[in-house]
Design a protein around this ligand. Structure first.
Ligand code: AMP
Ligand code: MG
Length: 416
């Protein structure tokens, strides 16, 4: 079939085309999820508190609720003696009001009774030892008004911003929601992505022969696993659809099926313009090829197509190329859609440990390994799997640069 690349795009142009397509086809949407399911989702709209916290004046210590002024001047030698008139455990309350000279025994977390304005810690009190004195509480240290209590609403009051939009929900934020009795939360709807690997040479783990080897000429599928997990870690719901042979009908069928349940289909392999590269032709038939070929190393044979108002992306087959193209061109859009913010892909800086030669005229992304604050360039070919074993991320080298010298500071985008 052999068709030439139509119109190779520069990196920035390609980024813009892809970003515009995402914006056109996928306006951000929200979803309601239970707080149990909200982990790693992103808050869609500011969440407003619905109640004061704490909801009542609450003791911060085990001890005795007192009128602070009743304790003034108390010390070990001259304790103040207060009459204990009740006891309150967390979860219950007392209907009694403390009068001058009285106190109520109180547990941490229990509501402060009327008439009290402070708590004397149990450590600084003693109970009368005689039987008829067991309600005499000896206060051994003076307490100040409001000491060891949390006033109603001192944490947050009703109708304040509890959590801001775009907050990523982790265990701490789930705790905040639970504290307000919130059971469901409005979050960015995660884009749903189907991931397909294509190639006659690809096999699955269970396709070993009786000697435990795979057939000569075959290799294990790498990309569907790597891309699926990269999509999930950047905010998508992604499903690994496995391997499809370089077969026009089979690939067409799998893409069509996947488009029914998913927002985006990401394929890898078979994206060049050679014999056996069928993705291009499938997209020509069932939709439209928007872009074929980017002036970048690695990853020139990248395809972007539109089918029924959904995107079908074709990443190059080489695992290093596939992952780099995915991170450079697709991940920022997935992050934006899922509310995570396109710029938040984690980056770090380091000093280049060895010089890198780079092809002139093409933007080059080079894998690097980080060790002791240095970035070691990985120079293997983009099919070498040990490149990925060692890589922490990649650096971008602009197209006018042919050499990045040892000792130069570089910015590394990390694979997360
Ligand atoms: P292609 O883009 O189909 O021409 O493939 C380029 C190279 O990447 C070939 O050596 C393929 O065997 C290899 N390749 C393609 N897809 C995968 C995959 N899913 N996992 C591992 N290697 C792959
Ligand atoms: Mg192939």
């Amino acid at each position: 079939m052999g068709t030439e690349f139509l119109n190779i795009k520069e990196v920035d142009e390609a980024k813009k085309i892809i970003k515009d397509l995402f914006n056109e086809l996928y306006p951000p949407k929200s979803d309601i999820v239970s707080i149990e399911d909200s982990y790693n989702h992103v808050i869609f709209k500011d969440i407003i508190s619905s109640m004061d916290l704490p909801p009542f004046n609450r003791s911060l210590m085990d001890g005795f609720a007192v009128k602070a002024e009743d304790t003034f001047g108390a010390n070990d030698e001259h304790p103040k003696i207060l009459k204990c008139i009740d006891s309150i455990e967390a979860g219950s309350y007392s209907e009694k009001t403390i009068e001058k000279g009285e106190c109520i025994e109180i547990s941490t977390g229990a509501p402060i009774p009327d008439g009290a304005d402070a708590v004397a810690m149990v450590e600084f009190t003693e109970r009368g030892s005689a039987i008829d004195e067991e309600n005499d509480i000896y206060i051994l240290k003076s307490v100040a008004p409001n000491q060891d209590l949390a006033l109603k609403g001192s944490d947050i009051t009703k109708e304040k911003t509890l959590l801001k939009e775009k907050t990523v929900i982790g265990p701490d934020k789930i705790g905040v929601l639970a504290a307000q009795g919130i059971k469901e939360v409005e979050v960015y709807k995660k884009p749903r992505i189907a991931v397909i690997s294509t190639g006659n040479e690809l096999v699955l783990e269970n396709e070993k022969n009786k000697n435990g080897n795979i057939e000569y000429g075959k290799i294990y599928d790498v990309n569907s696993y790597a891309i699926t997990s990269g999509a999930i870690s950047n905010g998508a719901i992604a499903e690994n659809k496995g391997i499809v042979k370089d077969n026009y009908q089979k690939l067409k069928k799998q893409i069509k099926n996947s488009l029914e349940d998913f927002d985006i289909v990401i394929c890898s392999g078979g994206t060049s313009a050679g014999v056996g590269d069928v993705l291009r032709h499938v997209l020509d038939e069932i939709g439209k090829v928007i872009m074929h070929g980017i002036s970048v190393k690695p990853g020139k044979p990248t395809l972007v197509g539109k089918v029924n108002e959904k995107l079908v992306i074709g990443l190059p087959g080489n695992p290093v190329s596939a992952l780099i193209i995915f991170y450079v061109f697709i991940v920022p859009n997935i992050r934006r859609l899922s509310g995570k913010g396109s710029e938040n892909i984690e980056k770090t800086k380091a000093i280049l440990a060895k010089r890198i030669h780079s092809p002139k005229g093409r933007i080059h992304y080079n894998l690097v390994q980080l060790k002791d604050g240095l970035a070691y360039p990985i120079v293997k070919d983009s099919g070498a799997i040990t490149s990925l074993a060692h890589a922490d991320g990649y650096i971008k080298i602009s197209k006018t640069i042919e050499l990045v010298d040892e000792g130069k500071e570089v910015e590394i985008t990390l694979f997360r």
